[in-house]
Design a protein around this ligand. Structure first.
Ligand code: ADP
Ligand code: MG
Length: 607
């Protein structure tokens, strides 16, 4: 029989240390963790037994048992799940390789950096046993192995592992509780019943204490909604999906009809911490006939809802489905379609009834929805467009497109302006004019907003138009337009000279009565705006990114235009053109290319 004494890996030691020495504000979570492991172990066995009935030999009533020995101060959690082989114990229990503890460690590091106290709010898997125990003994046997295994550790740096003879399949974990009342409490019947109710009531297998079943065994998603409180959902969510925050909200669906299924979905408060890493996997848990089939079923949920966690339980799915077959499973496809619709309508409900909560949601996940609108040439536009919200100049608050359209009356265009902030937009001379005219503008403060609107093209037949685009008209005054045209004709050479001077920077120079009271403004022609150009070049990080077609518009009614005319043919002409160009850049929220030159020119003219 094998027997070894081993030393924990450095990071395991670090975590153990933390368990043992931190004043864990929430000691009791250890029981939830061990029960959840027992639950997982039975799930695994049940799933594998679908294709190999032999595994259940002699012991096919699944259960988890808790027992105490007051004389010796021990608490034992026993399951008849999949158990572990010698190597599996060494791998799973001897190192932090497994999801729970690994996730915790990463979150802990992130939390340390951000100075958040997460201890006591989040489970850490098996090691949490050392919060309350000064010695842990684990005995286990896998149905694939002749012998059992015993693993013992005091959490102080090393552990012993040896083969033993063990009759029954499954795992038994015995905690030798630390001294002190706050630990011996865990030997009391009321305490154990209390904890199981609080943290593990959703466990689908029977949990026994003194021959009595102490959990409800009915999964939370199959229970009557009226019985359930927010806390029930929250505890279930935190324990099942490894998040230390309560979810922002949940969606509990019981769908009847052609395909019947239950779904319990959670919108987290924050993006998962590994969201932008390659470790992140989207998808929902999948159950059928009370068997856990898969942890992350991607096909159940569209990519733009990838931040949602939860589960689907559908009894009419075939049990022996493999990953490959799943993708073509027509029922699964139908569920996924149906689920998408339901999620959208639930989100629309929140948007309508609890705007504040929706905004919190939007700030965290709005980008995913916008991404969904943009993807595949706007194919999902119709489905998602009513989930979009933007800040509006109407009241500086978020508005939906529908609300905007309801206010816009006869106008044909939904106006928008890309900007760094609301304040930056308010200062724009054009905005003043628009406000006077009672016209509303969407203020796009997220870089990808404009791309989203471009992908949509229109909303309810109304086209989107940037107030920085060359064909946007601030006024409808035809007479004025003619007048400007005349002035432009009279100053043809002046405009040509300015254009020649700016030839590396802009494509056109023109006179315009459409830029409010400013002396000049930088406009874009065609689909690509200046802001989009900037975003694209940042994204691709090179100079080959597509360029906007830029127009420097000069206000013929501004005194600087008179000055420009007066300066024609002198040294000051180019300096003035440079200033007009740069102030337009500044107004639009861009930085100027050569500030030294700009200031020098400005000072020359001032002097
Ligand atoms: P997680 O449950 O997130 O994987 P844990 O630290 O809770 O992390 O558990 C580590 C691993 O140890 C599990 O993934 C599993 O392989 C194994 N394990 C723990 N408890 C049991 C058990 N009761 N039966 C079988 N395997 C177990
Ligand atoms: Mg676990």
């Amino acid at each position: 029989m094998r027997k070894e004494e081993k030393i924990f890996k450095a990071e395991t030691k670090e975590l153990l240390n933390l368990m043992i020495h931190s004043i864990y504000t929430n000691k009791e979570i250890f029981l939830r963790e061990l029960i959840s492991n027992a639950n997982d172990a039975i799930d695994k066995l049940k799933f594998q037994s679908l294709t190999n009935n032999e595994l259940l030999k002699g012991d096919d009533k699944f259960k988890i048992e808790i027992s105490v020995d007051k004389d010796n101060g021990t608490l034992t959690i026993k399951d008849n799940g999949i158990g572990m082989t010698y190597d599996e114990v060494d791998e799973n229990i001897g190192t932090i390789a497994k999801s729970g503890s690994k996730v915790f460690k990463e979150q802990l590091e992130a939390a340390k950096k951000a100075d958040i106290d997460i201890i006591g709010q989040f489970g850490v898997g098996f090691y949490s046993a050392f919060i309350v125990a000064d010695k842990v003994t684990l005995e286990t046997r896998s149905p694939y192995s002749e012998n059992g295994v015993r693993w013992v550790s005091s959490g102080d740096g090393n552990y012993e592992i040896e083969e033993i003879s063990k009759e029954n399949r499954g795992t038994e974990i015995t905690l030798h509780l630390k001294d002190g009342e706050e630990y011996s409490e865990f030997l009391e019947e009321w305490k154990i019943k209390d904890l199981v109710k609080k943290y593990s009531n959703y466990i689908r297998y029977e949990i026994y204490f003194k021959d009595e079943v102490i959990n409800s065994t009915k999964p939370i998603w199959k229970r009557d909604k009226k019985e359930l409180k927010d806390e029930d959902y929250n505890e279930f969510y935190k324990a099942t999906f490894h998040d230390w925050n309560d979810p922002l909200f949940h969606i509990n669906l019981k769908v009847q009809g052609n395909i019947e299924y239950n779904a319990l979905l959670f919108i987290p408060k924050k993006l998962p911490f590994d969201y932008y890493t390659k470790n992140f996997k989207r998808g929902l848990q999948l159950y059928t006939k009370n068997v856990f089939i898969m942890e992350k079923c991607e096909d159940l949920i569209p990519e733009y809802f990838n931040f949602i966690s939860g589960l689907v339980d559908c009894d009419s799915l075939s049990l022996n489905i493999s990953r490959e077959i799943l993708q073509q499973n027509s029922e699964l496809q139908a569920i996924s379609k149906n689920l998408e619709k339901k999620i959208i309508s639930e989100l629309e409900k929140v948007l309508k009834n609890d705007r504040e909560k929706y905004i919190e949601f939007w700030k965290e996940f709005g980008r995913s929805i916008k991404g969904g609108v943009q993807d595949m040439f706007g194919m999902n536009k119709e489905k998602l467009q009513d989930l979009l919200i933007f800040i509006s100049s109407h009241d500086d608050k978020y508005t939906t497109l529908k609300e905007y359209v309801d206010r816009m009356g006869e106008s044909k265009e939904i106006l928008y302006v890309p900007a760094e902030s609301i304040d930056a937009v308010k200062a724009l001379p054009k905005m003043e004019k628009l406000k006077e005219q009672g016209r509303e503008v969407l203020i796009l403060t997220d870089k990808i907003d404009e791309f989203t609107l471009m992908a949509m093209r229109d909303y309810s037949g109304k086209e989107f138009k940037s107030i920085n685009s060359s064909d946007f008209k601030l006024s409808d005054d035809k007479e004025k337009e003619e007048e400007v045209k005349k002035i432009a004709d009279e100053n043809k050479t002046l405009i040509e000279k300015a254009k020649e001077f700016l030839k590396d920077k802009v494509n056109e120079v023109e006179l315009s009565n459409n830029i409010g009271n400013s002396a000049s403004s930088l406009l874009a022609k065609g689909g690509l705006s200046l802001e989009m150009e900037k975003t694209l070049s940042e994204m691709t990080n090179n100079n080959d990114a597509p360029k906007a077609e830029k127009i420097l518009a000069i206000n013929p009614e501004h005194v600087l235009f008179d000055k420009l005319k007066a300066a024609e043919g002198t040294d000051n002409f180019n300096k003035l053109v440079d200033i007009l160009y740069n102030q337009a850049l500044l107004l639009e929220g861009f930085s100027i290319e050569n500030p030294v030159e700009f200031i020098k020119n400005l000072n020359d003219l001032l002097a």
